[in-house]
Design a protein around this ligand. Sequence first.
Ligand SMILES: Nc1ncnc2c1ncn2[C@@H]1O[C@H](COP(=O)(O)OP(=O)(O)OP(=O)(O)O)[C@@H](O)[C@H]1O
Length: 453
Amino acid sequence: MSQKQRCLLIVEDDIGLQSQLRWSFEDYDLVIAGDRPTALALLRRHQPAVVLQDLGLPPDAAGTTEGFATIAEILEEVPHTKIIVVTGNGDRDNAVKSIGSGAYDFCFKPLDLEVLRMIVDRAFRVHELEAENRRLRSQSPAVFEGVIGNSTAMLNAYRMVEKVSPSSATVLLLGETGTGKELFARAVHRLSSRHGGPFVAINCAAIPDALLEAELFGYEKGAYTGAHKQTKGKIELAVNGSLLLDEIGDMPLTLQAKLLRFFEERVVERIGGRELIPVDVRIICATHQDLPALIRDGRFREDLFYRISEVSIRLPPLRERAGDAVTLARHFLEQAASRHGRTVRGFTAKALKAIAEYPWPGNVRELENTINSAVIMADEKQIGLEALHLGAVDDDILDLQKVRNDAEKRAIQRALTQASGNLSRVASLLGISRPTIYDLLDKHGLKRPTSPD
Ligand SMILES: Nc1ncnc2c1ncn2[C@@H]1O[C@H](COP(=O)(O)OP(=O)(O)OP(=O)(O)O)[C@@H](O)[C@H]1O
């Protein structure tokens, strides 16, 4: 979207500041108000995505009551509006209070216009992303049911699913364990013309090789010991619907050949049967494995790979979905609290920081389990860092600066010992100059050796 299409409302009573801002944001579609009633009238008429608002507005230009009332009314009228509050230099209390009242960000006077332009630009981008997400959800409310996440990576995945689902293409969902492949497979099914038919899933890794063929293709009565009655396989059960072949990378080679035949001829032959039964099924495959690597190792058929990957959608791991871990954690907390009848209200700031920074190797499933057990075990109203049991992650490790400093200090101490206090040798061991050594010794409060060289 070009700046000219981006409507920015400035609420500022100071005429001098008004013209400074008008000049700075002339490339935007700008509307300016000097007080609350005008601001609200312009809000209704222009629906600006972003509002830049002074806290001191008439009739309380020296206070903040009018400013806070304006924030409240704007958000009541159009809740998605991003309000950036402008407040007096160092007035941290009101800045924090305005965020608590729902403002998006704040900046202090005197204004650094370059920084302000960045904040405004980011507010527009966040607003646009959120609007896009709402659009996707409102168009198809049930399609992405249960799928949480507003990160750009997830929005891309939603778009791919939207595009590919109505076609009959075979979709391959790739992603680490717990990234939501099954949820997305269900979304593909719901968005397709087959949504009235069944959605059937089979996990190829969870069923012993010997049974997998029978599970997939079915068997006739008496086909083998224990085959007491004719039984349809999952492929037949999914007729007129979709079949998810989960963990397709774990399918044995012999069965891969039979599956390939199914793809080519679209018929199934039950074990022990003579009849070729035509079936109309859309296949969706999923795996956490690197299929090209399996092909190189001779463990996956290349021809089958091309059949199943007409369209591949990669679901990003949680660590690549900026902001999603916290959103999901809040969602799972609410869900678990209501399921277990607990009155847990939220997370402490440290817990939220840890959730955002932990790499979540088990992805959403691991996060869901972690929050679930924290809610069940919680004694407090808020879930703290300790309740999450995130192993190696503690507060210190989350502070990258501290980690770097500690590592630097340890390296200098080791070099000092190795070089017996000879600073020229210390410098050469660490690959830095002698003056830098002096700076680092002072920085870390280390004593300078008494006989330096
Ligand atoms: N984006 C999401 N929003 C909400 N819940 C999610 C999301 N992604 C995954 N989940 C939840 O996480 C759990 C794991 O998801 P799912 O089974 O779809 O993952 P998967 O990638 O198929 O995992 P695996 O490869 O281990 O089978 C489920 O309980 C699912 O509901």
